[in-house]
Design a protein around this ligand. Structure first.
Ligand SMILES: Nc1ncnc2c1ncn2[C@@H]1O[C@H](COP(=O)(O)OP(=O)(O)OP(=O)(O)O)[C@@H](O)[C@H]1O
Length: 784
């Protein structure tokens, strides 16, 4: 039965940006919208809030029409097919919507047209009577071009942009503003042709909008990027927004002279949240026209202005009281191994690919959420996924859970025959009291973070409770207590099991499949996991969470190790674009089968690692980029080498007491004045070497093309701190005191610049606290 708002409860309506229907979503789409919203909605349900999560596919517009042309079918059939594809991907990712609908429903037409009529009645729309109403028309395709089918140069930042928005600087455009526009379908130059359209009169609604933004943005906890983007938009001056298009596949405009037009997809898409709710319950107005409902919206940064300016203006302009967005959680972008995820170019891992790997859903969710781009763009890398799976999930979380449960499950004489012991005196047991205090403090941080949609921090805090659990077990020496001091052992075991229950609960929003398994191993139902205030209070005394005599279920391993071979196989399998992968189909098929077989055999052959604690002495540091001590430096002085024309001698500040002297062969490529004061990436642990009589104490990293005719410095970003270490996600660890030349020879060939000009090691970007390191223009260069 559909939920409705209830007086006296927190009523929360969650939405995530409606994914566009004509393609398979990639991991960037998943973390940017649906997965983030799912975590928050799951958290809200655990807290006992009256919460619903609405989402669905955004189906109208030219992109669908064109896809239908390509696939020789109708837009409706395209939408049916891809709606299903999306649904299956999200089901696999354990995304739990209360309703996953679609914008091509009859309810959408009714609600969209009714909002339009109210805007008209309130005089918030105007027809364009001058040339602003021109749209680009392609003579060779004989059609008006939808915004996304025009590409050109952004007038603001000078980069390539689509007709509706520049993805580089997020500037929202009218297609006519693009410099040198081109038709994306046939590459000819479209021209402006006049056609009358309807505009939403944003200047007329400005005061109400500003009032709303001022009242809500800070108080509602909008993510800082969304506040910046919105304020910049308002400051730059609001202009009328065209809300109609010369298309067929869309909601018809119910006005004489406009019958052959439909609403622009960005006018109707946010109305989709409302119509999808109307598909969920006929009493949808109780959610959407209420002052007692908190609306939380999740999306990537490119969707912000549509949700903070255009959609609010649409609602405010009707003169009715709509439920306005309270909290907006907008992510930056997730990138793929140094490149950009792209649906059109087919770069990256897509929702259906993820299912086709050996990586279980809980690991996918954990990894994506642990690198959620909350404050800056982040990077997916297979090596980082491996590191997080092996170190954080297996060695920390899996180890703790399995250690507690398997000890408890052992027969009397070695364990507790699966029965929770009585544990009087826990509140006086010093180590346990200390643990309980630390856990309480972390739980408070967890709740604070989750309430503010700081999901990444919520996850980090939850994982630190698991680390505390491991330290607690270790310090207690429970195996010794079992023989020498059984009452204390009972306290430790019962407390640790309570901690397992806490972890299963607070990690449920992030990894529901993990929590389900742990609940069953604890002999509990999922419904026993709750985070209502009384439970959070009880979590302060973990030893009371499972009663004595309770019998747990069967312990089993939850996480497994990912091998280097698997990482290599995945990197190879998902390299390049989907088209490139498909073009060598036969070869790819064979490689694929082999890769999968390799991976499968490995997984099968692998003795199921029982979350064993790994002995540090057994771990051999692999030969990779972590061995190199790369630091952010600044050239404080530079001169030509006295004895060699091709060499510079620099003094570089790398955060030490005195600058280092460095000799580099860059004279031919970089003029002396461009070297001065330049920020650089420097390898600081190579053995100092004399170069033509001058002792060089480090090496500046630069990228070159194949012919070595062009060389560019690898530059740290503005925000990086001089002297900080440059690391590559997935390859963290101590550098060698001195980097051996033979190790450098192994590492160097994998150092490159990506298509996005980012310095990468095996796809993992050179990262600093200020962002990633880049070169000026040299893509696919070799770094040394
Ligand atoms: N790399 C990314 N990282 C994080 N979020 C992203 C990324 N790419 C897209 N998103 C977000 O994913 C959500 C769904 O995107 P949507 O399906 O509209 O497609 P899109 O990737 O933005 O591309 P297009 O508009 O070309 O279809 C949006 O909120 C968008 O901001």
């Amino acid at each position: 039965m559909a939920k409705l708002p209830c007086a006296g409860r927190r009523n929360i309506l969650v939405t995530s940006a409606l994914p566009y229907v004509n393609n398979v979503p990639h991991l960037g789409n998943i973390i940017g919208s649906v997965l983030s919203a799912d975590v928050f909605a799951r958290y809200g349900r655990l807290r006992g809030y009256n919460i619903i999560y609405m989402c669905g596919t955004d189906e109208y517009g030219t992109a669908t029409e064109t896809k239908a042309l390509e696939e020789k079918t109708s837009p409706k059939e395209i939408c049916d097919k891809y709606h299903d594809v999306h649904k299956k991907v999200y089901d696999w990712f354990d995304i739990r919507f209360d309703k996953f609908g679609r914008t091509s429903s009859p309810e959408q037409t009714v609600i969209c047209q009714s909002i339009f009529k109210k805007l008209l009645a309130q005089d918030r729309l105007y027809e364009d009577k001058i040339n602003q109403a021109c749209r680009l028309y392609c003579e060779s395709c004989q059609r008006f071009l939808a915004d996304r089918f025009v590409i050109g140069t952004c007038p603001k930042c000078g980069m390539t942009a689509r007709g509706d928005q520049c993805e580089k600087c997020t500037h929202v455009l009218n297609p006519g503003e693009l410099v040198e526009p081109k038709c994306k379908i046939c590459n000819s130059s479209p021209h402006l042709r006049e056609t009358t359209h309807l505009f939403l009169d944003l200047p007329k609604i400005k005061n109400e909008l500003v009032d709303y933004v001022e009242k809500t943005s800070i108080a509602g906890g909008w993510s800082s990027n969304s506040i910046t983007i919105t304020n910049a938009w308002i400051r730059d001056g609001l202009k009328g927004r065209c809300i109609t298009r010369d298309l067929k596949w869309g909601v018809p405009v119910p006005l004489p002279r406009f019958e052959d037009k439909v609403f622009y997809v960005w006018f109707d898409a946010p109305i989709g949240y409302i119509s999808i709710t109307a598909n969920y319950t006929p009493e949808w107005e109780k959610w959407w026209k209420s002052e007692d409902v908190e609306l939380f919206q999740f999306m990537g940064k490119d969707n912000v202005t549509f949700h903070t300016v255009i959609f609010p203006c649409t609602l405010l302009g009707t003169g009715e009281r709509w439920t306005m967005m309270k909290t907006l959680s907008a992510t930056e972008y997730l990138n793929y191994e140094g490149a950009k995820f792209s649906k059109s170019a087919g770069i990256g891992v897509f929702g259906n690919d993820a299912q086709d790997t050996n990586v279980p859903v809980e690991v996918w969710r954990y990894y994506l959420l642990s690198i959620r781009p909350e404050a800056a763009d982040t990077f997916f890398s297979w090596a980082d996924l491996q590191a997080k799976q092996n170190n954080e999930l297996l060695k920390n979380l899996g180890n703790f859970v399995h250690r507690c449960l398997s000890f408890l499950a052992k027969p009397e004489g070695q364990g507790y025959s699966s029965k929770i012991p009585d544990a009087p005196g826990a509140e006086e047991h010093a180590l346990t009291v200390k643990l309980a205090e630390e856990v309480s403090e972390l739980l408070q941080q967890y709740v604070d973070s989750m309430e503010k949609t700081k999901l990444k921090n919520g996850l980090k805090v939850a994982m630190s409770i698991s680390s505390l659990g491991n330290s607690y077990l270790q310090e207690s020496e429970f195996w010794r207590l079992y023989k020498e001091d059984r009452p204390s052992c009972n306290i430790v075991v019962r407390t640790a099991i309570g901690l397992v229950k806490i972890l299963a609960t607070i990690l449920e929003p992030f990894m529901p499949s993990f929590s389900k398994k742990v609940a069953s191993q604890l002999g509990l139902d999922l419904s026993d996991l709750s985070l209502i205030d009384a439970d959070v209070e009880a979590f302060r005394t973990p030893w009371v969470l499972l009663r004595d005599g309770h019998v747990i279920g069967q312990p089993d391993t939850i996480f497994f190790e990912m091998s280097d071979e698997e990482v290599q196989a995945y990197r190879k399998r998902f390299a390049g674009s989907q088209a490139e992968r498909a073009s060598s189909e036969e070869a790819a098929k064979k490689a694929d089968v082999k890769a999968k077989a390799d991976i499968k055999t490995k997984a099968d052959a692998k003795p199921k690692k029982k979350n064993a604690t790994v002995n540090a002495a057994d771990v051999k540091t692999p030969v990779d980029i972590r061995l190199a001590d790369i630091r952010v430096g600044r050239i404080v002085k530079v001169a030509k080498h006295p004895n060699a024309d091709s060499l510079y001698v620099e003094e570089i500040d790398v955060g030490e007491d005195t600058p280092r002297t460095v000799v580099s062969g860059l004279v031919k490529f970089i003029p002396l004045e461009e070297m001065e004061n330049r920020r650089v990436c420097v390898i600081c642990n190579l053995k100092p070497a004399k170069m033509r009589g001058v002792l060089s104490q480090a090496m500046v990293l630069a990228a070159s093309n194949k012919e070595e005719t062009k060389v560019e410095l690898v530059e740290p970003p503005e925000g990086a701190v001089i002297g900080e270490r440059v690391t590559c996600p997935g390859y963290e660890g101590d550098a060698d005191a001195v980097l051996k030349p033979k190790d450098w020879a192994v590492v160097q060939p994998d150092l490159q610049t990506s298509s996005e000009l980012i310095a990468v090691y095996k796809g993992a970007p050179f990262s600093t606290t200020g962002g990633v390191c880049k070169v000026a223009s040299l893509a696919s260069g070799s770094i040394k």
